[in-house]
Design a protein around this ligand. Structure first.
Ligand SMILES: [Zn+2]
Length: 279
């Protein structure tokens, strides 16, 4: 862990070149992580085809996919369109294998009749997580939406009823049906939908700058589309709707459509112990 911190520190200097221009302030420079940084004098950051907004203060968020390259080439874009290339070094992670049984077989190998519902769910979720709005709700920091046993980590390769599925794109927190679920941060509800095929009763909250959090398998939903929320406000109750083997909250997070580990959001909070630049 100490070596990682040292690498981060060295990396932050290498990346900077010019210390005022580019700095990672908080977060986790790792596969599946999110970081909060500043890039003064720039308006946008480009990684591959994805563009990340930089606000008037120079603040930005970047997130990294589970399988992101450990050497990420990035372009910092100025208002006049000129670009500066930067290299970002990520810590790699080893992901576990999760064997899950006891799931209704029709949720693992859906029939042709279910395909329309699955397609509709994808459309609704896609629409909600592709929003990029300029209100900096996320700057107020994040909390875990409930306490409980982590029953499924982010990134795990999942085997359901013996079938190899996509890697887990969120974090599962097991808790009894009816346990309150809180909004992880300030924001606005952009999806509150019932009975979706995989996610069941689901809420998606928009935190601005392309960042959303997802709360799935709820027993009941306590919020409406468009409702503004403060961190800690009640969103709904833990349930076992959608594709589950037992009651839990599936907590997900996306930035510009990149699924990352929601627990790394807690490192964005404005506290000294989370400031990787000071370690
Ligand atoms: Zn899950």
């Amino acid at each position: 862990m100490k070596i990682y911190k040292l690498i981060c520190l060295i990396c932050s200097f290498i990346c900077c070149g010019n210390a005022e221009a580019f700095e990672i302030k908080f977060g986790s420079l790792e596969q599946g992580g999110i970081v909060y940084g500043t890039a003064k004098g720039y308006t946008e950051i480009k990684i591959g085809e994805r563009r990340f907004m930089v606000d008037d203060n120079g603040d930005f968020l970047l997130a990294f996919e589970r399988d992101a390259s450990k050497d990420l080439n990035m372009s910092l874009i100025k208002k006049d369109g000129t670009e500066k290339q930067q290299l970002l070094l990520l810590r790699t992670n080893k992901w576990d294998v999760q064997k899950i049984s006891g799931i209704s077989q029709k949720k693992v190998t859906p029939s042709a009749n279910d395909l329309a519902a699955i397609k509709d769910e994808r459309r609704q979720v896609q629409e909600a997580v592709s929003m990029v709005t300029k209100i900096p709700y996320w700057k107020n920091g994040f909390m875990q939406p409930l306490n409980g046993r982590v029953s499924g980590k982010f990134g795990g390769q999942r085997i359901m009823n013996g079938h190899k599925m996509n890697p887990h794109n969120g974090m599962d927190i097991a808790a009894p049906v009816g346990t309150p679920v809180a909004a992880a941060g300030d924001g606005e509800v952009v999806l509150a939908a019932n009975d979706l095929f995989y996610t069941g009763n689901v809420v998606i909250v928009n935190h601005g700058y392309g960042l959303q959090t997802i709360y799935a398998h709820l027993n009941e939903i306590s919020v409406k589309n468009g409702q503004k929320l403060k961190k800690g406000d009640l969103i709904g109750k833990v349930g076992k709707t959608g594709r589950v083997s037992g009651p839990h909250l599936h907590w997900g997070a996306t930035l510009n459509g990149i699924r990352f580990n929601p627990i790394t959001l807690l490192q964005l909070n404005n506290s000294e112990k989370n400031n990787i630049s000071s370690l």
